[in-house]
Write a protein that binds this ligand. Structure first.
Ligand SMILES: *[C@@H]1O[C@H](CO)[C@@H](O)[C@H](O)[C@H]1NC(C)=O
Ligand SMILES: *[C@@H]1O[C@H](CO)[C@@H](O)[C@H](O)[C@H]1NC(C)=O
Ligand SMILES: *[C@@H]1O[C@H](CO)[C@@H](O)[C@H](O)[C@H]1NC(C)=O
Ligand SMILES: *[C@@H]1O[C@H](CO)[C@@H](O)[C@H](O)[C@H]1NC(C)=O
Ligand SMILES: *[C@@H]1O[C@H](CO)[C@@H](O)[C@H](O)[C@H]1NC(C)=O
Ligand SMILES: *[C@@H]1O[C@H](CO)[C@@H](O)[C@H](O)[C@H]1NC(C)=O
Ligand SMILES: *[C@@H]1O[C@H](CO)[C@@H](O)[C@H](O)[C@H]1NC(C)=O
Ligand SMILES: *[C@@H]1O[C@H](CO)[C@@H](O)[C@H](O)[C@H]1NC(C)=O
Ligand SMILES: *[C@@H]1O[C@H](CO)[C@@H](O)[C@H](O)[C@H]1NC(C)=O
Ligand SMILES: *[C@@H]1O[C@H](CO)[C@@H](O)[C@H](O)[C@H]1NC(C)=O
Ligand SMILES: *[C@@H]1O[C@H](CO)[C@@H](O)[C@H](O)[C@H]1NC(C)=O
Ligand SMILES: *[C@@H]1O[C@H](CO)[C@@H](O)[C@H](O)[C@H]1NC(C)=O
Length: 468
């Protein structure tokens, strides 16, 4: 007979002994010995029934992105893993699975930096307990109290049980609370380990993010921006990894064109097709290409319904006025800065690429953005991820043809220098501060703009997503 809840010494010690000892796994399983760590991890995955994911780790072993990934995992820091089940692994497109380097890059997108465990969720089953609100954050003290409140029995050193699931297999996985997840349209975002330059062009060379949510308070966690519905299963914990099975393999975000097609924003695509954006050197570039070359961008995409007869009439009135049309497009994006929905703090302002204010309001009705010509639009679908930033779908055209090039240049400059100074990586939900308050007021805008960079030529292999 085994007790229903067991915890290993390696899970308890860091909690009891504090931060210095919490680093101990890093020394014990350090990067100099990452292959030993990965072999044990693969074995652990197999005992959790994730054979395909374990095989994939072995398959990518030796490629540059896998070496980087494995040494991070073996560092002892916490990571949240979204591990595709066997059927999902079998569905990886040949164009990805046959290129081990590309496959390793895709696999890196399944690892999120940090421990997202929602310790206040007391259900060890479906990951949908009453504590699943994103406004709850457990402190280390609360976590310790919660763990010590349970019956603690030392056993297999690697599996750390967090719940009352009752595994009878001493080497098998123990249940763990699910990750934090906002309730739609609130989204939880985590920074992944994918930073391959062919797939990601965020400011400050940041890694790509992953977005997830719960469609209803008692629903399963769903990964956003994926072509197929991707559901997160019950979590387990192994050493420093919280392992969350998913029934689909994740595809990193593609370019703006791919995203606009996926969300069927054909009206904006039509407008972009007729507009040129002047570059720093005074050369005009088609808007779509200019947007795709930016490093770090936030695009407010009016839904097709926003193009009413009145709006189309006003647009008609601007035909022949190229600079007004350019300003109108530029008033729909921020150049050099990526602001996810959780960072659109109430009563804050950012500067559009036209140099005009974009004012954000977040209240009980939702998140709103007001443009220079006092149109207020509601964000109806946040966080459509792009390889170089993020898009938010809004319900109105921000009809503003004003521009202030000096303001635009200075906002871009400060985004670029903020990016240069950027050094830390988020290890918790992006835009959610200690205590779970959402969103954290922006002290400055999130660093976005990187240096020049060749831009263009993204080599994303994607299936056509139909984002939810
Ligand atoms: C990865 O390759 C190294 C060196 O070739 C080997 O020692 C290790 O066992 C391999 N790891 C896995 C998980 O296959
Ligand atoms: C990793 O997560 C565990 C459990 O969630 C926590 O107790 C520990 O302090 C974290 N370790 C580090 C190095 O952050
Ligand atoms: C494999 O993928 C890598 C990384 O995306 C890419 O650089 C390389 O050209 C690809 N190799 C082939 C043969 O397509
Ligand atoms: C989690 O496990 C419980 C049984 O322990 C099951 O009822 C539930 O459907 C599982 N949730 C998911 C998302 O697989
Ligand atoms: C949650 O996922 C489980 C396992 O895939 C499934 O059986 C269940 O129907 C899902 N629940 C909801 C509310 O979608
Ligand atoms: C994943 O599971 C959910 C819930 O059971 C289901 O609705 C969805 O279609 C599944 N996705 C795939 C790709 O099988
Ligand atoms: C962003 O600003 C830089 C510097 O002014 C400019 O060269 C570039 O064209 C702008 N990009 C977009 C998409 O507006
Ligand atoms: C918004 O911020 C401004 C300037 O900081 C302040 O004067 C104003 O009272 C705030 N409005 C609301 C509704 O909080
Ligand atoms: C939230 O802000 C929007 C835009 O300013 C406003 O229209 C709406 O009435 C506000 N809702 C509440 C509940 O204050
Ligand atoms: C403000 O918006 C209206 C339509 O709502 C438009 O007719 C007018 O030209 C806009 N003014 C400027 C300066 O963009
Ligand atoms: C989303 O977050 C806001 C701000 O924290 C909160 O007021 C709102 O209730 C949340 N909405 C849902 C559906 O959880
Ligand atoms: C966007 O990405 C798709 C898929 O990789 C690619 O086929 C397309 O050429 C890209 N579009 C542009 C304008 O770069």
């Amino acid at each position: 007979m085994r007790p229903s809840t067991t915890l290993s010494l390696s899970c308890i010690l860091p909690l009891l002994l504090g931060p210095v000892q919490a680093q101990e796994p890093g020394q014990r399983w350090g990067s100099s010995n990452s292959s030993g760590y990965i072999s044990k991890y693969a074995t652990a995955l197999r005992s959790a029934g994730l054979n395909g994911f374990a095989d994939t780790l072995t398959k990518i072993n030796g490629t540059a992105p896998a070496t980087a990934l494995f040494s991070q995992l073996a560092s002892g820091r916490n990571f949240t893993v979204f591990a595709p089940d066997d059927a999902a692994i079998r569905r990886i497109p040949a164009a990805v699975s046959q290129n081990r380097t590309l496959l390793a890059e895709y696999i890196s997108y399944h690892f999120v930096d940090g421990d997202f465990t929602n310790r206040s969720d007391t259900t060890s089953s479906g990951g949908r307990g009453p504590g699943a609100s994103q406004t709850e954050t457990a402190t280390a003290a609360q976590a310790t109290a919660a763990l010590l409140g349970r019956r603690v029995v030392l056993r297999d050193e690697d599996w750390c049980g967090g719940g009352g699931g009752g595994s009878n297999n001493s080497s098998g996985p123990a249940p763990n609370p699910p990750p934090f997840a906002g309730i739609w349209p609130n989204v939880t975002l985590g920074r992944t380990l994918l930073n391959a330059s062919a797939l990601v062009a965020l400011g400050a060379h940041k890694s790509q993010v992953l977005a997830w949510t719960r469609v209803s308070p008692d629903g399963n966690i769903t990964i956003l921006n994926q072509a197929a519905d991707t559901t997160v299963g019950n979590a387990t914990r192994w050493r420093n990894l919280s392992i969350n099975p998913i029934n689909n393999t994740l595809i990193p975000p593609g370019n703006l064109t791919t995203a606009l097609t996926a969300i069927k924003a054909s009206a904006l695509q039509g407008v972009l097709g007729g507009v040129q954006i002047p570059s720093a050197r005074g050369v005009n570039t088609p808007a779509v290409l200019a947007l795709q070359r930016a490093r770090g961008i936030t695009v407010f995409v009016p839904a097709n319904d926003a193009f009413t007869d009145a709006v189309n009439g006003s647009l008609q009135g601007l035909q022949g006025n190229a600079s007004a049309l350019t300003a109108l497009v530029q008033n729909h994006y921020i150049n050099g800065t990526t602001l996810y929905s959780t960072q659109l703090a109430d009563n804050t302002t950012a500067v559009s690429a036209a140099g005009e204010p974009l004012h954000f309001v977040t209240n009980a009705t939702g998140t709103f953005v007001a443009g220079a010509n006092s149109t207020t639009a509601r964000v109806v679908h946040p966080d459509v991820l792009l390889d170089n930033g993020v898009a938010h779908i809004i319900d109105q055209v921000l009809f503003a043809a004003e521009s202030d090039p000096a303001q635009a240049a200075s906002a871009y400059e400060s985004a670029t220098s903020a990016a240069a100074a950027y050094s830390t990586t988020e290890t918790g939900p992006i835009g959610v501060g200690p205590g779970g308050a959402r969103p954290t007021p922006l002290t400055s805008t999130e660093p976005g703009g990187g240096g020049g960079g060749g831009g263009g030529g993204m080599t994303t292999v994607t299936v056509q997503p139909s984002y939810r």
